[in-house]
Design a binder for this molecule. Sequence first.
Ligand code: AOF
Ligand code: ZN
Length: 373
Amino acid sequence: MTDREYMERAISLAERGRGWTNPNPMVGAVIVKDGRIIGEGFHARWGELHAERRAIASLTESAEGASLYVTLEPCCHYGKTPPCTEAILEQKIARVVIGSRDPNPKVAGKGAEILRKAGVMVEEDFMREECDCLNPVFFHYITTGMPYVVMKYAMTADGKIATKTGASKWISGDRSRKAVHEMRHNYMGIMAGIGTVLADDPMLNVRLEGKKSPIRIICDSSLRIPADSRICQTAKEYKTIVACGAVTEMMKEKEQTLEQKGIEIVSLPDNEGRIDLKKLMKYLGDKGIDSVLLEGGAALNESALSAGIVQKVKVFLAPKIFGGEKAMTPVMGKGVEFPGQAVLMELEGISQIGQDILLEYKVGGEERCLQGS
Ligand code: AOF
Ligand code: ZN
């Protein structure tokens, strides 16, 4: 096998941690001696052993003189686990091939440096682009302290997210809706606006075996969420945060009722008393939430784009036409005056899911990853 094939193996191992490692990165490692894999591992869950230590724990023979292929620079700090650099040196591994650099200020080049100084042959940036595609969420979160936000919606071929009466069940097909549940597992948070809660009474959870549900975040400026909504009634089972604007006297009683239901309320008003979404992202980031799947509606989508908090947009395009000028489109609000003022995106992927088409865009530009987040 070639260096590329070993790193590809490490990447596919890393993938197995998707949805479980957050807010830590997905990482895979393969240890090779005399052309044979003698150990391999991946970071399986937040708080558990790092990929390098998992690979070492699986060794079938001494790793002295072996090569380690790892998708992310080994750490050199005492966190929940001791530094991986120490374990690598203890094993007398001779060569370390690294994919991504680790922008975590506690590591950032120091891991590679420690190994090099100890006499290990270190190769950096090997298949870096491919390895970077594993962790756009981690890179964004560790450098900004704010969650990576993915805006997702389903619309008809004429760009509607509901009929003129507001009915929206269903726009996309069964397979797309299942894909959305798979998608939800990958994010630590799922965010929706009060309009969506009032219209659909959604659960915003994951109903798939072996997958986990994200923390629910509802943007509700004046705490209109009904106490008997499905979200409120299941708040003890699925962690729920309701963000609101300024809390007026009239809202105090409602605030208490919701808290008794197990809901965390956070008041983050902007100058107009509505929710300051940037502050909300900072608040979620401080709580360790590294990623949010934004499932709209139209008003919240517009606020999120205007606040500049969205990194990615995923559009399910269904083969239907609703028509009607009153039918909602994915982003309402004021809109721009000229095409030159548009929110610009870069197309990253097109795939077919049943009869629907999934379009994936990166807001702004920068890195490209076909799959991944
Ligand atoms: C991981 N898994 O396989 C590697 C990581 O909080 P800790 O102690 O688990 O450390 C997390 C940091 O360790 C993380 O931010 C990243 O910089 C580094 N590498 N983390 O969770 C791994 N190799
Ligand atoms: Zn480590």
